[in-house]
Design a protein. Structure first.
Lengths: 117, 115
């Protein structure tokens, strides 16, 4: 069965500093990988997704993620964080629901990002 | 921008009571999902729904749970007899079509507390 591990429960960075959030996955086939962000009181918003091709994917809000098959990782990065990036970040892997063609998502436990001035 | 909405935002109920959580998916979407997150734990898949039938359900989704699309806009999750361990944040999601590359759009969630 598929699984996702986010080893960092809480990360604090200074505004303007770079950020890397770690994600490791386990999936038997080609993984479809996602990063979602949740701000307080909001739903989960998709930041970016990886299906195939270029292993460095660009997302919204200046985020990017790199897929490394050899390390089973899909780490999220941002070169310079803004106070508005403070939120909970979730990594997820999609598993195909056969016969219907859609996905069910398996999430990690999330990483809470705090930004200090 | 279209969004998934959920009502209520918070619900408190007594153990053994029935609750219905409501979702309005994005209007042209065809695939619908419920996920839940128990406090401090992972977001977990509960069920997916397409063409008026369940396409997949998790082990969590037992006989106490049911889903319905009662009209052209709403998608509901019913818990027949709530237990303490049903306390969680419940997220509804929808996607336009069934391809693996389709994005699931999530609502803001309903926080359910069972006393």
């Amino acid at each position: 069965a598929q699984s996702v591990t986010q080893p960092d429960i809480h990360i604090t960075v200074s505004e303007g500093a770079s950020l890397e959030l770690r994600c490791n996955y386990s999936y038997g086939a080609t993984p479809y990988l996602f990063w979602y962000v949740q701000s307080p009181g909001q739903g989960l918003q998709l930041l970016l997704k990886y299906f195939s091709g270029d292993t460095l994917v660009q997302g919204i809000k200046g985020f990017e993620a790199e897929f490394k098959r050899s390390q089973s990782s899909f780490n999220l990065r941002k070169p310079s964080v803004h106070w508005s990036d403070a939120a909970e970040y979730f990594c997820a892997v999609g598993a195909l629901i056969s016969n219907f063609g859609n996905e069910k998502l398996t999430f990690g436990t999330g990483t809470r990002l705090t930004i200090i001035p | 921008e279209p969004e998934v909405t959920q009502t209520p935002s918070h619900q408190v109920t007594q153990m053994g009571q029935e609750v219905i959580l409501r979702c309005v998916p994005i209007s042209n979407h065809l695939y619908f999902y419920w996920y839940r997150q128990i406090l401090g734990q992972k977001v977990e898949f509960l069920v997916s729904f397409y063409n008026n039938e369940i396409s997949e359900k998790s082990e969590i989704f037992d006989d106490q749970f049911s889903v319905e699309r009662p009209d052209g806009s709403n998608f509901t999750l019913k818990i027949r007899s709530t237990k303490l361990e049903d306390s969680a944040m419940y997220f509804c999601a929808s996607s336009e079509s069934g391809g693996r590359q389709e994005t699931q759009y999530f609502g803001p969630g309903t926080r359910l507390l069972v006393l």
